[in-house]
Design a protein around this ligand. Structure first.
Ligand code: GTP
Length: 324
């Protein structure tokens, strides 16, 4: 067999693999109003399932470890040669931790004795370079190695997250708060739609004095009942549920929903909101709406939620092809 035929066969195989992988990828579209929590969900997915952020962070951490090591070698050399450095800084540099706290490294790298030592002694260029750059590198780091809350509150936009869970590939796509009809066409029969609702909007009024959640009900209706999504299961997240206790203490839910006859408590309010949204599904026999009260800013909640969502989606896929 000549080389060309072999290459072409290899390409065919690769294409087949790509097609196969794409078919096996569960695509999930994340929609919802501004500020509802879509980005928060995406970021949590990125941190716990995708892994690329953690790799990036480990890199930052490694840099910090290198700086600590270099600083330790330099300071040991200086002390041997009789240079004097602040004792408390030196002690903290040599504690057992693999990385020394940033503020100690910064103070040491700015110490005039260190500068003097480097001028008076011939130390390897790369070691010199590493110390001179240490302060720049450390200054550039805005955060300590990794702080989930800092990351969740950052303005770094995130539009897709891919991951593999229980041997299935998933891609979550955040479309922002604008679901134009043209755009929706690209997601025809997507494997699932996650609609994020900020539950606090139930207790907020728009300029007409009506609860803002009424606009969300309309959005939900228009989105899920589009022709393109008529087979896609819907996952409704009543998000920011951690806020509901505070809101109930301040307001009467019935003041916002005159037809509401339930009590002013979490369970009954939650059941009512779920019912209002789920009742808008015009294809109840073809696909379902699964609703959950969530707090997407809490890591443990998101991890449990993703297990449930992925399970629901896999079950729905099986149901569509005839398994009960
Ligand atoms: N208390 C509370 N705050 C939350 C929760 N989820 C998200 N937030 C906060 O709500 C704000 C908006 O969240 P985002 O995830 O940026 O909302 P978004 O839907 O992506 O907003 P846009 O990008 O404007 O469409 C942020 O300050 C989040 O930290 C939650 O469960 N509880």
């Amino acid at each position: 067999m000549n080389e060309k035929v072999l290459t072409s066969q290899a390409l065919d195989k690769k294409l087949e693999q790509i097609n196969h992988d794409q078919k096996r990828t569960t695509r999930v579209l994340v929609v919802g109003a501004q500020n509802s929590g879509k980005q928060t969900l995406m970021k949590q997915l990125r941190v716990f399932y995708d892994g690329s952020l953690l790799d990036f962070d480990l890199l930052k951490l490694r840099n910090k470890q290198d700086i600590t090591q270099n600083m330790r070698s330099l300071v040991a050399l200086m002390l041997n040669k009789g240079y004097l450095l602040p004792t408390d800084l030196v002690q903290q540099l040599f504690t057992d931790q693999s990385t020394c706290p940033k503020h100690i490294l910064l103070q040491l790298s700015a110490d005039p004795q260190i500068k003097l030592f480097m001028e008076q002694n011939s130390i390897p260029q790369n070691a010199k370079h590493s110390i001179v750059n240490a302060s720049r590198l450390l200054m550039m780091e805005q955060h300590d190695p990794f702080d989930l809350n800092d990351y969740l509150n950052s303005n770094i936009p995130l539009y897709t997250v891919k991951f593999n869970l229980n041997k299935n590939n998933y891609v979550f796509i955040n479309n922002g708060s604008n679901l134009s009809y043209k755009w929706a066409e690209l997601f025809r029969d997507v494997s699932g739609i996650v609609f994020v609702l900020d539950i606090c909007t139930c207790f907020q009024r728009d300029s007409d004095g009506k609860s803002q959640v009424l606009t969300q009900l309309q959005e939900f209706d228009q989105t899920i009942n589009q022709e393109y999504f008529k087979n896609s299961p819907i996952i409704l997240l009543l998000n920011k549920f951690d806020q509901i206790d505070g809101l109930i203490k301040k307001y009467q839910f019935a003041d916002f929903f005159p037809t509401y006859r339930g009590g002013n408590n979490q369970d009954e309010i939650c059941a009512y909101v779920k019912e209002r949204f789920e009742g808008l599904n015009r294809q109840p026999l073809k696909r379902k709406v699964f609703s959950f009260a969530t707090s997407l800013n809490q890591a443990q909640v998101v991890q449990k939620l993703i297990e449930v969502i992925t399970m629901v989606l896999q079950k729905e896929e099986l149901r569509k092809i005839g398994f009960k």
